[in-house]
Design a protein around this ligand. Structure first.
Ligand code: ADP
Ligand code: ASP
Ligand code: MG
Length: 418
């Protein structure tokens, strides 16, 4: 049985037209046996994050923050289904009732736990709508709750996959023919509580499923023609990469090319399952292929930008050198406060680290570090990474920038700028 995995992200299903276009992609590509992974619609995960923040403030604020989420989904479904008695509206209603039920009942003060119980409704709502529409259009999909298949530990907001159990669940219980639809981003722990795989984790869901079931290939449908030599939001003249190796894709994603979630690639590489990144607006175009082979085609410099990073410069308080012991302590703290380390540089008396303050723990971390080090904090810096650098491309990158730190390794140049 050779089936494929498709993943549609938030941008592809941000409107009723997007959902209609999803059907168009399915019809045009005409695959009979498909597992389709869908994320939350548009910016609904961000909206649900606001609900969570409000929940920890007050009941009224929480209800207020939930209102736009309710309205968005009902309005979108209302455009797709003319009949107000269509069963989809009842299903949406019961998901919102369930969500409100959790908010009323919950006693846990654990932010990360509560986050995961709420934020995944974005995916549950989107797949409910998409499935109803696929069925109405005669595509006969079956909707599954991915939490019954993807099992993780209880690390809320960054669940670690239990591969053995997940593989067993998927291979035993998921039909391998026809169209199977499920949510990206979420899983569940041993107690059945919802967990999430980290923001933007739906690409990873597609890879987990493909790995566990030996899929023929995975296609992630995006709002760009494929993986480009730079994010077109920030750089002009980005070109389409027709082919990149797994290794190159891992590097690009790791440095912050957010078109592919970094965890997506290794499971696929392990089983040599090709990944395609294609445009949902131009589904005939071939996009980018990621598989075994040549590093990059065409061979062009690739630019990656991560904004809103933090650069910490640390020096010892007693004029001693920054040695293994100090650095070990620093890394322990970075781990404790879940800081993603982008880049490090050390000299005899100072240690610089560029981090992603993803979980907003910076103030606590800095307070702890100040007990032992002199700490200089540069907030809101940008991290540029240039791969396959040439003299010319380095010049272009450095132009008009105030550079705080520069690092060169082989053909990769990184700059931290104000
Ligand atoms: P979705 O969540 O809908 O699956 P994302 O928004 O996560 O999709 O990813 C697509 C976006 O990734 C593009 O709109 C683009 O701005 C951004 N992006 C960042 N780096 C690149 C790159 N190298 N090539 C293409 N797109 C990129
Ligand atoms: N909806 C989730 C997010 O926005 C997962 C994803 O889109 O991949 O982070
Ligand atoms: Mg996304």
């Amino acid at each position: 049985m050779s089936f494929e995995v498709y993943k549609f992200g938030g941008a592809s299903v941000a409107s009723a037209a997007g959902v209609r276009n999803l059907i168009n992609v399915l019809k045009e590509t005409d695959n009979q046996d498909l597992i389709i992974v869908v994320s939350a619609m548009g910016k609904m995960t961000n909206a649900l994050e606001r609900v969570i923040a409000a929940y920890f403030e007050s009941k009224d604020l929480c209800a207020e923050a939930l209102q736009p989420v309710i309205e968005y989904h009902f309005a979108l479904a209302g455009e797709l289904f003319e009949n107000p008695a269509a069963p989809v509206f009842k299903r949406l209603q019961s998901l919102f009732d369930e969500l409100r039920g959790f908010l009323n009942r919950n006693k846990s003060p654990d932010y990360d736990f509560v986050y995961d119980q709420i934020v995944g409704y974005g995916e549950l709502l989107s797949t409910t709508i998409v499935n109803a529409y696929l069925q109405e259009q005669g595509l006969g999909s079956i909707l599954h709750d991915v939490r019954e298949y993807i099992k993780t530990d209880a690390s809320y907001r960054e669940g670690k996959v239990n591969w053995e159990l997940t593989m067993r669940n998927l291979s035993r219980n998921l039909p391998k023919s026809g169209i199977q639809l499920m949510q990206g981003f979420i899983g569940s722990d041993a107690n059945g509580f919802t967990t999430t795989l980290g923001r933007e984790g739906s690409d990873y869901t597609a890879a987990i499923i493909a790995y566990c079931l030996n899929a023929k290939q995975v296609t992630i449908w995006k709002d760009v023609p494929g993986v480009l030599s730079a994010d077109p939001r920030y750089f002009e003249n980005a070109v389409l990469l027709k082919f990149i190796s797994y290794q190159e894709a891992i590097e690009l994603a790791f440095y912050g090319a957010s078109v592919i979630h970094p965890k997506t690639l290794q499971p696929l590489q392990r089983k040599e399952i090709p990944l395609y990144v294609r445009s949902f607006n131009d589904c005939k175009a071939s996009g980018t292929q990621v598989s075994l082979g040549k590093t990059i085609e065409p061979e062009v410099p690739c630019y990656i930008l991560k904004t809103s990073q933090v650069l910490l410069e640390l020096a010892s308080l007693d004029f001693s050198f920054m040695a293994e012991e100090n650095i070990g302590d620093i890394f322990k703290l970075l781990g404790t406060y879940k800081m993603k380390v982008d880049l490090i540089q050390n000299s005899a008396i100072s240690f610089s680290v560029c981090i992603d303050n993803k979980y907003k723990n910076l103030d606590t971390l800095v307070a702890k570090l100040r007990a032992d080090f002199k700490v200089t904090v540069h907030q809101d810096v940008s991290l540029y990474t240039l791969r396959h650098a040439t003299d010319e491309s380095i010049k272009v990158l450095e132009l008009n920038k105030q550079i705080l730190l520069k690092q060169v390794a082989q053909n990769t140049v990184q700059l931290v700028t104000v």
